[in-house]
Design a protein. Structure first.
Length: 284
């Protein structure tokens, strides 16, 4: 029994060392390497917002991208070849979500799978004694186990049309932020007054969207956001980064609440807008 206890303590100690010391040391060491100039050229063409960022935020995005590419494995599916353009396009858009936050928000992401085009998923559903099978065509999905799946054609569409309504990379990585508290419920980890304000603001906006659709009024957000709170947050995230003027005009309180969480204002390209709360440690 004593041996088992000692082994357990040693394992816990090793885990603590890795989480709080080695990983921090390793990341700082990665960031000492110069950011490759050809990566910058790719980000300028594949992540258009990067070109407009002030120097400090541009550097923070580069650091996050550097760590993302060093830590997160990419896998091509159905014969798709993952090259630097693919990796930088995905990493650049994903890291916009944490441009003013800690990189640790992405610690739970373990792998990125990339299909050349939209892919078919076979789904089995059980309703008592009846088991039904369905086939879905998907552009992306996120898993609570840390896996993100993306269709490259849709990734390119978001990169080519930075002001369009859809960006599958932003959408699926928003789900990963939602999963940080263990469940996809439409709210990333929040506490205190920020959590209360988020709940009130987002619930009101979600019900307003559903009510607009119910009464056949033109919705202010893609109707897919009305399917459930988790999709509402993901679609809002797309709109916040892709069409910030529209969101601020239609739902100013929602825009302010999202800015407080992301600690970024995509209209003014500034960090920590008013009401965003306390500043975190530098993004490492």
């Amino acid at each position: 029994m004593l041996i088992y206890l000692l082994c357990a303590l040693a394992l816990i100690g090793a885990l603590i060392f890795y989480l709080f010391f080695y990983r921090s040391w390793w990341r700082n060491r990665q960031l000492q390497h110069p950011f490759p100039e050809h990566w910058r050229k790719t980000l300028k063409t594949r992540v258009p917002l990067y070109r407009r960022l002030p120097a400090q935020l541009k550097r923070q995005l580069e650091q996050h991208v550097q760590l993302f590419l060093a830590e997160k494995p990419f896998y091509g599916c159905d014969g798709f070849e993952v090259d630097d353009t693919v990796r930088l396009t995905i990493a650049g858009h994903a890291c916009l979500l944490i441009i003013a936050r800690n990189f640790s928000d992405f610690d739970g992401i373990n792998s990125i799978l990339v299909y050349p085009d939209r892919y078919r998923v076979r789904d089995m559903e059980s309703d008592g004694m009846v088991v039904s099978e369905s086939n879905e065509i998907r552009a992306g999905e996120a898993s609570s186990l840390g896996q993100v799946v993306l269709a490259w054609t849709d990734c390119e569409e978001g990169a080519i049309h930075p002001h369009g309504a859809h960006n599958v990379i932003l959408h699926e990585f928003a789900h990963q932020l939602d999963y940080l508290d263990g469940t996809a419920d439409g709210a990333p980890p929040l506490s205190g007054e920020q959590a209360r304000h988020w709940q009130e603001t987002m619930t009101r906006a979600y019900e307003h969207l559903r009510d607009s659709l119910h009464h056949h009024r033109k919705p202010w957000l893609d109707p897919y956001g009305a399917t459930e709170p988790a999709e509402f947050f993901a679609v809002l995230t797309e709109t916040f980064f892709q069409r910030p003027s529209h969101l601020k005009e239609q739902q100013p309180e929602v825009y302010k609440t999202l800015g407080g969480y992301f600690r970024f204002d995509p209209l003014n390209l500034t960090e920590h807008p008013a009401g965003s709360g306390n500043r975190e440690a530098p993004p490492r």
